[in-house]
Design a protein around this ligand. Structure first.
Ligand code: ZN
Length: 358
C-alpha cells in the first residue's frame, strides 16, 4: 500500500496510461505486464517478465485475484508461455499486491518464490495477526502516537479484512530467503538483490548492471512517495532506513527505472533526488509543527498539509489518516536521530517531541 502524495503530472489520462491492460516490450526479452488491483489508489502493479529458452522469470507477482491471474495468463500467452512455464517469482517485498499471486500459483505450478530475508519478521507478524495472537503493529502503535481513537476506527474499518479466511495460503514462506547481495543468474541476465529497507523491513531491489536497469519494486516510484514502514512489524527507524536505502541507489551507476507502480523511466537517480528532496521538505514542515511545544505524532500530522492538494488531516479518509500519522511519526524519529528534536515518553506510553533545551 502506498501513500498518494506530491508529484504533479501532465494530465490524468497520461498519468494512468501505464496501468492499461497489455504487455509492454522493453527490449532484450524483457516485458512489463500491469496487473489489476482492487480500489482506486494504485490502479495496478507491474510484473516484469524475463523471457528465457525454457521458461520465464517474473519480478513481483501481483495480487491473488481471479482477474489478475487471467490478465497474467493472457499476457504470458502473447509471449508464448503458459503459467506452468514460470520458473521463478522474485518478489521485492511482502505486501499482498506483490506477493500473494505467487503463493497461489505455486500451489499447483512449479515456480519458486524468493523474498528478501528481512521480511521474515513481517511474515511472523502477519501470521500472529492471522491467528489472532496480536494486532498489526501499525494499529498497536497508534496510542503511542497519540491516536487511540484512530486505532478504534481502523479496527472497525479493517475488521472484516483481518478475518480473511485465506491467510495461511497467502502467507506461506517463500522457497528461498534472499541475502543482501545475492546474485541471481538467469542465463540471459544476472540480477543482484540489494536490501533496501524502508518501505518494508525486507524490501529488495534487483539490479541488472550489464543492462543498466533497476527493478525497483516500491522503493523508488515515479509518481508517488512510497509509504514508509506500513507493515505488520513496525520499526521506529523506518524512515531513517528508507533515506539510507535511497542514498544507496546513488552509489550505483544510474539506470533505467523499472518500478512496481507507474511507467518505466530513464533515470533512477533523478527520481531518487526528488524523493530525498520531498522528505527534506516534510522534515522541515514536521520540525516546524513540533517547534511550538511538545507534540504527539497525531498533533503534528494535524497541522501538516497532506497530498498534492494540500488536504487537511481531518478531511483524509481513515486509512489515509493512519498512513499520515505513521509517516509523521517516522519523520519525527529522524529529527530525533539528527538531534533536532528530543522524544519524551509519558507514563501512559505516549511519545511526545519537542526542541532540545538550550
Ligand atoms: Zn506495491
Amino acid at each position: 500500500m502506498d501513500h498518494v502524495t506530491s508529484q504533479p503530472s501532465a494530465s490524468k489520462t497520461d498519468r494512468y496510461a501505464w496501468a492499461e491492460p497489455g504487455v509492454e516490450s522493453l527490449g532484450d526479452g524483457l516485458y512489463r505486464i500491469p496487473l489489476p488491483l482492487p480500489g482506486d489508489s494504485l490502479k495496478a502493479v507491474n510484473v516484469y517478465a524475463i523471457a528465457g529458452q525454457d521458461g520465464v522469470d517474473l519480478i513481483d507477482a501481483g495480487m491473488a485475484l481471479a482477474q489478475a491471474r487471467e490478465r497474467l495468463t493472457d499476457a504470458l500467452g502473447q509471449l508464448g508461455y503458459g503459467l506452468g512455464d514460470i520458473r521463478n517469482f522474485f518478489i521485492t517485498h511482502i505486501h499482498q499486491d506483490h506477493y500473494t499471486l505467487a503463493v497461489e500459483l505455486r500451489t499447483t505450478l512449479r515456480g519458486k518464490i524468493t523474498l528478501g530475508e528481512g521480511e521474515r519478521i513481517n511474515m511472523e507478524a502477519i501470521r500472529d495477526v492471522a491467528d489472532g495472537r496480536s494486532e498489526p503493529g501499525f494499529i498497536e502503535m497508534l496510542p503511542a502516537m497519540g491516536a487511540p481513537e484512530l486505532a478504534d476506527r481502523i479496527r472497525q474499518f479493517m475488521g472484516p479484512r483481518l478475518a480473511d479466511p485465506r491467510p495461511r495460503l497467502q502467507w506461506s514462506d517463500p522457497d528461498r530467503w534472499l541475502a543482501d547481495g545475492a546474485m541471481l543468474d538467469l542465463r540471459s541476465r544476472s540480477l543482484r538483490a540489494i536490501h533496501t529497507p524502508g518501505h518494508t523491513r525486507g524490501h529488495v531491489v534487483f539490479h541488472d548492471e550489464a543492462s543498466a536497469a533497476l527493478f525497483a519494486g516500491d522503493h523508488v516510484l515515479p509518481h508517488i512517495t512510497p509509504s514508509i514502514g506500513f507493515q505488520p512489524s513496525i520499526t521506529k527507524g523506518a524512515l531513517a532506513d528508507y533515506l539510507g536505502s535511497l542514498r544507496l541507489m546513488l552509489t550505483l551507476p544510474d539506470s533505467r527505472l523499472l518500478p512496481a507502480h507507474g511507467p518505466v523511466s530513464d533515470s533512477t537517480h533523478d527520481r531518487v533526488d526528488e524523493l530525498l528532496a520531498h522528505h527534506e521538505t516534510r522534515l522541515s514542515q514536521t520540525l516546524d509543527a513540533a517547534s511550538a511545544g511538545p507534540v504527539t505524532a497525531l498533533a503534528a500530522a494535524e497541522v501538516i498539509p497532506w497530498t498534492r492538494r494540500q488536504t487537511k488531516f481531518a478531511d483524509l479518509d481513515v486509512m489515509s489518516q493512519l498512513l499520515a500519522v505513521g509517516e509523521t511519526s517516522a519523520h519525527l524519529e529522524v529529527l530525533v536521530l539528527r538531534g533536532q528534536l528530543v522524544r519524551h515518553t509519558t507514563p501512559e506510553g505516549v511519545d511526545t517531541y519537542t526542541l532540545p533545551v538550550g
